[in-house]
Structure formats: C-alpha cells, structure tokens
Design a binder for this molecule. Sequence first.
Ligand code: NAP
Length: 290
Amino acid sequence: MTLTVGVLGTGIMGAAMARNLLKAGHVVQVWNRSREKAAPLEIDGADVAAMPADAVDGADVVLTMLYDGDAVSEVMRQAAPGLQAGAAWVQSTTVSLESVGELARFAEHQGLVFFDAPVLGTRQPAEAGQLTVLAAGPVDQRSVVEPVFEAVGARTVWTGADGAAGSSTRLKLVANSWVLAATHGVAESLALAKGLGVDPEDFFGLISGGPLDMGYLRAKGDAILADRLSPASFAVVTAEKDARLIVDAGQAHGVRMDVAAAGAERFRRAAEQGHGDEDMAASYYASFGS
Ligand code: NAP
C-alpha cells in the first residue's frame, strides 16, 4: 500500500528514515527547522515543505523524529492546521515518559491515532533500513503503520498488551541505559590505558574471544583511537539528553541511576570542551582536563 507520509525532522535519523520511505515507494513530505538539512531529500523524490503544516497536509501517517519531547510538542502544534483527523502519528523521537503521555493526549485531541514508536539502532542501520522499531499503539490500527515500520526497520517489536502509549518508551530507556553505560565503559577504559601508558592493543588482546570482548567495544574503541568521531552516529548532546531522561525516569520510579547520572556529566563536559556534535564516544575526552 502506498502511503503519504509527513516526516517532521530530518536530522541524522529522520533523513535516513525518509529516504527509506521513498525507496519503499511512499509519497514523502518532509520538513526540518533548518531547511538545508531537508533540501537534499528533494533529489531522492521528497517534497520539501516550508512549514510543518504543509508537510503533514494530506498525510496518512505523520512521523516525528526530533530532538526531544518539547521539540515534538512545539512542532506538532505548528503542524496542527494541516493534520487530517484519523491520520496515524508515529512518534519516534526519544522522549520522557511524561512527554509520551502529553503527546498521546495531544493526539487524542487532534483525532490522530498515536503510536509510541522509538527506534533502536544508529546512523548506519537507519541508512540501511535496518532499525528495530519498538511500537505501542491500538491493535486494530497497526496495519496502517506497518508499511512505515517495514520501510525503516528490519524488525518491529510490539510492546504492551493493551497498546497503551508508554511501554515502548520504557523499554527504549532501559535499552539506552545499557548503550550509554557501554559507551562510557569503552571511553573510560581507553582513557585509563592512555593515562597509564598501556597499549590499547594489549587490552583488546587480553579479553579477545571472551565474553567481555564485544563488537561494540571494538567499533567505538577504533573510532576513539583513530579520532574518527565525526560525523556522529549519535551526537554527544543527544546522548546527554537521553542520559538525563534515564536518570529522571529512574528517579520517578524509585531507582537510583548513578552511572547514567555520571555519564550525563561526562557528556556535558565533552560538549563544553567542543565535542557536542561529535559521536557520543567523545565521552573519552571528558576524562582529561578539568
Ligand atoms: P539530530 O541529527 O540532532 O536531529 C534532531 C532534529 O531535531 C533536527 O532535525 C533538529 O532540527 C530538530 N530539532 C531540535 N530542536 C528542535 C526544535 N525546538 N524545533 C524544531 N526542530 C528541532 O538527532 P538524531 O540523532 O537524528 O536524533 C533524533 C531523535 O532520535 C532523538 O530523540 C534521539 O534521541 C533519537 N535517536 C537517535 C539515535 C542515533 O543513534 N542518532 C538512535 C535512536 C534514537 P535542526 O536541524 O534545525 O537542528
């Protein structure tokens, strides 16, 4: 089924998702706050809209892939005059649990069918259409958004038996707490190796083939050692935002997230040092200097 999809936000993830929707044969209308990031999608066949309301005009499905919940809320309010009642809204931005509730209420008010649909996977899987989509939404409406998930992802994981919004974001925050902890683990171990004059290859060799030898360690470790942190797969500033969402979600549910809190501070320091747009593996630099 060919759908008209309005994509709001064409950053690292949104642009890649829009391209894969185009490849799958859907009609794609895009909008981005900084127009220069949306303009290249015209060559791929997208209609580049000047305003959010133009991008969602006539859309069967609206896809939001913005920075955080506040940005989604602001942009969807601007899009409101163009929204068509009954359209599906796939909300893929990583947002707080509180925001999911607010956005779901906004959807209800606008007559939209809301899908809480964050994604796992970074720039490369997004470009390859290999994301994992976590999705919660009304069971009887899933067939409408499935073609969108098939275009951007390799796998869809439906969460929450009742389809109520929030279960996908909860799982996403748990998964991201692991990703961020692993990233800081790589960064700090390599920083310590540098400080102690240990050859990183001796460290890799020591754990080679064992359960602690992870593909993720090698990928992020190589990027740090080669100072290959731009363009980012997942930028430091975005990772800091996610770390703070994780700390807040834990706090709201009586769980202390000490590692995530320390990690958020490392990202803040790395950004302050000028690494904010680099990949989150630039947490490495937070180990040096004050
Ligand atoms: P990104 O490249 O920085 O894109 C962020 C987008 O949000 C840009 O289009 C930006 O517009 C827009 N934006 C920010 N604040 C805005 C505002 N107040 N009003 C309107 N637009 C605003 O980030 P990304 O990596 O694609 O991430 C997008 C979302 O996906 C985030 O929630 C992130 O946590 C999540 N995510 C990222 C990854 C990853 O690996 N990168 C993986 C899974 C999920 P401008 O271009 O004008 O700045």
